[in-house]
Design a protein around this ligand. Sequence first.
Ligand code: EPZ
Length: 427
Amino acid sequence: MEKFIIQGGKPLTGEVTISGAKNAAVAILPATILAGGVCVIENLPNISDVSASVRILSEMGAKVTMLDKSTLEIDTSCINSTAVPNELSRQMRASYYFLGALLSRFGSGTVAMPGGCNLGPRPIDQHLKAFTSLGATDSVEYGMINVKADKLEGAHVFFDTVSVGATINAMLGAVRAEGQTVLENVAKEPHIVDVANFLNMMGADVRGAGTDVIKVRGVKKMHGCTYSIIPDQIEAGSYMVAAAMTGGNVLVKNIIPKHLEPITAKLERAGAMVEEFDEAVRVTRVGALQATNIKTTPHPGFPTDMQPLMTVLLSVAEGTSIITEGIWENRFRYVDELVRMGANIQVDGRVAVVEGVRELLPAPMRAADLRAGAALVVAALAANGVSEIDEISHIERGYEDIVEKLQALGADITRIERPSPPNSAAV
Ligand code: EPZ
């Protein structure tokens, strides 16, 4: 029952340091199982999705030691279970990566069936297609999905749809299979390359990550290593949008500018200035924001996870912007909240027509999901007056120290705990 109170209307200025990438971390942590030894993982973001993954590893018998705030030593030689604890796996959808890692190392794995979620249907048929192509069988019992195989053998998998999760799970499944696996029509996001690099550091032979075809030659043994996770492209993009939205001047540090190109291009089109350095970008905005159209597509296209943030920005741009969501069926649920702030947005299925208004007004709001929540924070930072955002646990799944980072940029944001109402026991 926590919420953010934001007194908006101040331009953000200063520097912000970006944390490690959530969507790489939630795959790399299960992948440590493949080492069957000690891995040191650096640049881990301190967010609730990471703590849930770490709790899963610990409950399955791994020995986890915190070396510093963003570094863990994980010894997976002592894993003594191939079933992910039900309660924990339900907390985060990415627990499906444990299936690939457990299948690969032990020949079987069980996790809770990932349910539908806020973004629309989220099937895992392509993950299972990869596992069964490698020789596994799958079954669903009591809401749990089981995969098992006496032996995994290299295979040719052509994915029907480009899927980040299925690409990573297929790599996890294939690294110890006998012979070569060819994965075609794969996702190319920076975190796919990061996971492949991590697997190779553990002794795997994965080539082509970042292109449409990945080839994996199965190896007999893998080992521990030290690995540093890439910076979070979406966290960086979120602060870039916040700087542009508030007419600020922010140096976004510890990033890989190449990963941000689709975001940078759209911000410049919308009227912000983006100056690139080796490991940082500076975002400033002096003039008015301008309308621009956006269509989300798999990498290197414009990332769906930035769509709500850009919609917020364009809601106060001069002119009409058309936003088309190309990945998820149901990713405009936050628009109702923006409309209550005075935005003029019409949604029809996967398309939103945004008529720019002069300003957004403060309002009480509710975060529907992680990126929608971040988008509402940015909207509130720009609205003159006090806004409240509820259900911030969604936001804390993916943004490390968001309050402290925004405060350091001059934002007036506080996080308050509210007592639970009577009889509100979890159901
Ligand atoms: C990852 O989800 C990210 N999550 C999402 O980020 C992100 O929105 C998404 O990729 C797309 O970039 C993690 O990495 C943990 P997909 P994932 O499989 O892997 C369909 C955030 O805010 N599909 O690439 O689950 C699916 O329905 C989160 O950080 C199938 O049809 O996404 C969707 O339309 C939200 N069958 C499309 O593919 C499958 O077996 C892309 O999904 C798998 C997916």
